[in-house]
Design a protein around this ligand. Structure first.
Ligand code: C8R
Length: 243
């Protein structure tokens, strides 16, 4: 028992240290590169260095989105037109869905999203350390270290959107197209109708008892889109995985 508790304490400490964040990021980066032959030009050590420069030594509530500009420019990846899949409040379902299929690409299926998915990090004024615990919560501040990252990365992903684009929204919540979500507040606003042909919404419902494509929030989504874009919505019951 002592050995187990020591091991738990030790691995917990490792997990919480900045060194382990570096290890996680570099090893995820290498894994991605191994599994995606096209991206062998990326230097994972350099990616870590550029990432760190965005927030180390800064107040964790004072990291604006543009702090990640260099990171985004270092990891620039060509979009896969006609395959891009956006989502909101469906993180679990969307990845369950894309894992089995090669026909869609979410931000987490790109190098940048794959590396950062699920991680927490922040810096501290006057310190050159990286922290993974004791960081402010998501809603504590506007220029939140991690929030700014996802805002910046999502903006770049949406700006690149091309061809026929899809979005998976949650039909079991009050407002499937939630104005405060990254999808509504960042991504939809950056869709470029010159590069995109259409947007298809997959509205995921639980056994047909949720919202329908007539939901007023989806009407708001339609209003936000450039009229040149073809819009469609398909309601998908979660119990029918064939969709
Ligand atoms: N996007 C946003 N947030 C992301 C993300 C991502 O790709 N990947 C992760 N892990 N996260 P939500 P939303 C984390 O409220 O606000 C892009 C962030 O920590 O259900 O509409 C993606 O392209 C954040 O807290 O959805 C997608 O289209 C939540 O997940 C939208 O933005 C955001 O989850 C989703 O953002």
């Amino acid at each position: 028992i002592l050995a187990i508790s020591l091991w738990v304490a030790f691995s917990h400490k490792q997990y919480n240290s900045g060194d382990s964040l570096k290890e996680t990021i570099i090893s995820r980066c290498q894994t991605f590169i191994q599994n995606n032959r096209t991206s062998s030009a990326y230097d994972c050590q350099k990616i870590w260095t550029v990432f760190e420069q965005a927030f180390v030594g800064k107040d964790p509530c004072n990291v604006p989105t543009d702090a990640y500009d260099s990171l985004i420019n270092t990891i620039i990846q060509d979009p896969i037109c006609n395959k891009m899949l956006f989502w909101s409040k469906t993180k679990h379902i969307v990845h369950e869905f894309t894992e089995k299929r090669n026909c869609f690409q979410t931000l987490e299926d790109t190098l940048l999203g794959y590396i950062m998915d699920g991680l927490t990090w922040c810096g501290k004024e006057g310190s050159n350390e990286t922290f993974t615990t004791g960081c402010p919560s998501w809603n504590d501040c506007v220029n939140h270290t991690v929030k700014s990252f996802w805002n910046r990365a999502s903006a770049a992903f949406a700006e690149a959107a091309c061809g026929d684009v899809s979005a998976m929204l949650n039909g079991s919540i009050a407002t499937p197209f939630t104005p405060t979500s990254i999808f509504a507040s960042i991504e939809v606003k950056r869709f470029n109708a010159d590069k995109m042909r259409s947007l298809t919404v997959f509205l995921v419902t639980q056994e047909n008892d949720g919202k329908s494509c007539d939901d007023p929030s989806l009407k708001n989504l339609q209003k936000e889109l450039d009229p040149k874009l073809k819009y469609s919505c398909v309601s998908v019951a979660k119990s029918s995985p064939s969709h």
